[in-house]
Design a protein. Structure first.
Length: 276
């Protein structure tokens, strides 16, 4: 009996320490490509990983995002690096979410998420969402007092830094308007063209969520994908078609707006999605 109680106490203490250590870090950085896949953001796995971290309270960014916070750039040990570990078999997709610190020490490893779906994209997405149940259960909340801090000491010959206004702006102040806008509104593709930032949105009534990434926008209800818009161009309207609603959409002043068409009502109803 004493042995059982001792084991249970060890498990509880270990769980508490893991949760605490995760809370010590301010950001999660997601790579643009996972090792088990062949392409950047293949099956939109990197975008979905970023979206899910943000959904469960973390502040997550793709590693080459143009809107990375200044304190992340100055102090790489204030963040965790995300990775996805695959151990799939012939009949089942198996994924775990791993978080590492700046010394490559594993801070957290999720429970295994699995899927029996045959379609690669659907199977990876289902397994990833199930693995994120462990992330949700952490109830993450950043604790600044426990963060690792690396001080930057300027030398005598070092010139004062000029403020980087665009990179230090909070995401809610970034205007997603036209392609010719001088403000950075998202990540940059390899050719240097502006594309949509990886950003999660929620409708003002809380019923729906949206994820922008690259040139696409995905819509979700209760974490289930209900539609996707592709080839989105900044400053242009686009057709939105989901299983729950349709209409014309556009991005304006940090908001995603869908002019929803409802049968029997002459004028479209404006749905507003705000940044999470």
């Amino acid at each position: 009996m004493k042995l059982v109680l001792s084991l249970l106490l060890t498990v509880v203490i270990s769980s508490s320490l893991i949760s605490q250590s995760v809370n010590d870090y301010k950001y999660v950085i997601v790579p643009e490509k996972f090792d088990f896949l062949n392409e950047q953001d293949q099956y939109q796995m990197n975008s979905l990983t970023t979206f899910l971290f943000n959904k469960y309270g973390f502040e997550a960014y793709l590693e080459k995002a143009s809107n990375l916070p200044l304190d992340y750039k100055r102090n790489g040990c204030n963040n965790l690096r995300a990775d996805i570990v695959e151990s799939s078999g012939m009949l089942r997709t198996k994924l775990r979410v791993k978080l590492l610190d700046c010394n490559d020490a594993v801070i957290f490893l999720s429970e295994e998420g699995t899927s029996k779906l045959k379609d690669y994209k659907k199977s990876y997405h289902e397994a990833l969402r199930r693995a994120f149940v462990s992330i949700e259960e952490l109830n993450y909340a950043y604790q600044e007092s426990g963060a690792v801090v690396v001080e930057e000491k300027p030398t005598m010959t070092e010139k004062p830094e000029k403020p980087l206004v665009d990179n230090s702006q909070k995401e809610e102040n970034i205007v997603e308007s036209t392609v010719s806008s001088q403000e950075r509104v998202g990540n940059e593709s390899l050719s240097g063209n502006n594309v949509l930032t990886v950003q999660s949105y929620v409708s003002t009534d809380g019923a729906y969520e949206a994820l922008t990434a690259g040139s696409s926008i995905q819509f979700f209800e209760n974490s289930q994908k209900i539609g996707e818009v592709t080839n989105v161009k900044l400053g242009a309207r686009f057709q939105v078609t989901t299983t729950q609603f349709t209409g014309k959409g556009y991005l304006k002043e940090g908001r995603l707006i869908v002019e929803r068409v409802i049968k029997g009502i002459a004028d479209p109803i404006e749905m507003i999605f705000i940044k999470k």
